[in-house]
Design a protein around this ligand. Sequence first.
Ligand code: NAD
Length: 483
Amino acid sequence: MSSNAAIEATSAPVINREAVRASFDAQVARAGATRGDGAKTRLQRLERLEAAILSSVDALHDACAADFRKPKTEIELSEIAPVIGELRFARKNLKRWMKPRRVRPTLMMLGNRGEIRYEPKGVALVISPWNYAFNLSMGPLVSAVAAGNSVMLKPSEFTPNVAEYISGLVGSVFDDSEVAVIEGGIEASQVLLDLPFDHVFFTGSPQVGRIVAAAASRHLASITLELGGKSPTIIDRTADVTKAARRIAWGKFINNGQTCIAPDHAYVDDAVFGDFVSEFQKCIDEFYGQSIDARASSRHYCRIVNRKHFQRLSSLVDEAVNAGARRLTLDRRDEDELFMAPTLLENIPRDCGLMQEEIFGPVLPLIRFTDLADVVTDVNTRPKPLALYIYSKNRETTARLLREIPSGDAVVNHNLIHFLHKRLPFGGIGNSGIGKSHGYHGFLAFSHERSVVTNHVGLVDRLFPPYAPAVERMALWARRFFA
Ligand code: NAD
């Protein structure tokens, strides 16, 4: 598909309900048979997947570029490297993750051997978004396969080229009864969500997350929801403003701001506001060119995914400017090209859409502050964010902000990089998500932690009826000693 055709694409593939059901039934049958698959089989699956990705990297580059002109380096850094990293990390650690974990008995449980076994949940559904269409489909897939599940995967309809690539890739590695890709839009999601999956892993907006959670609850499927929201950035007066500006410009404009953990808006201490703005403007010049023509033709600058999102963003900017916001960067918006120049705004009234909804585009609103307490109050009156970014050299300020503002994850003096830390759980809290992903935590999301107790000595047997005085005394001691 050509890049323009991809950009215009609005009609999702027609969904064949019966074929989806047959695929699901085949997975359920297989899940029963493969419950006991050991590490060796799972490792072979992961190895085959890695080899298939590495041998089709050019096709993946073409697909990502066709969908919304993602720069080559951003494809490598934000799509391919994290998935290969996830695969290698899982392959390296899988045997250890799968090993049953012995636990010491509590006093009441003396004479019993207790262990936690990590078993596959069964058949999992993965629904992914368009913004990192490959990464956010394959990351959960790696975790699900590592944990021994069968998977039905629905990529986003807004990135049809990557969806087609994923379908071919998965088809070349897995039997349909192991992993099946269902291409389609909302209707495909709805058909899938009617099925009684054992686990649903959804990445997307909080609005759709609610629909997915409600659907999963009909079958009492467990869920992981990786959602979005407005991740705030706070720059205090002690921050290294030059570094902060560079890092925020990178974090904001990579993927054209269409990143769940992008710095959504920034609170800047009045004492460093002017310096921050001029450093940020310098970064835009350096990254994408000084003139607006250079920026519009920069090969380092991605595009907005489709007209619908372009129009949404453009009207948010218009609304803010009409309400008195001050533009601090050059303006150009070209709907045919899906180009919106990197945009910095200040003085946006709080009731404007830009200050209310997740921006998800190349626009950074700045909010001046003099008292940190106002920032804490403002952030905490909104839903809990996916990420919190703090730029400060003052340890007390940093500790205070971490303590007073809850968020899914947090980074001090940088942004986005926590996504790449395979040893840390990644995920939101409240409106920004439920559950965690990445590495061991991703493996856990798709595993059932099954407690197995093997009895050797029957201490509890001494508490059986009839309740003689000695048993009654022991029952009273139980409260004191066995809690
Ligand atoms: P979206 O919620 O619109 O769509 C996500 C998926 O859900 C797509 O596959 C889509 O086909 C499906 N879907 C859409 N409407 C549906 C409905 N009514 N019923 C069932 N399924 C439906 O999200 P998007 O626009 O693809 O992605 C952007 C959002 O995702 C942003 O909010 C962003 O912050 C969030 N996001 C979160 C993470 C994370 O890891 N936390 C990562 C990337 C994106």
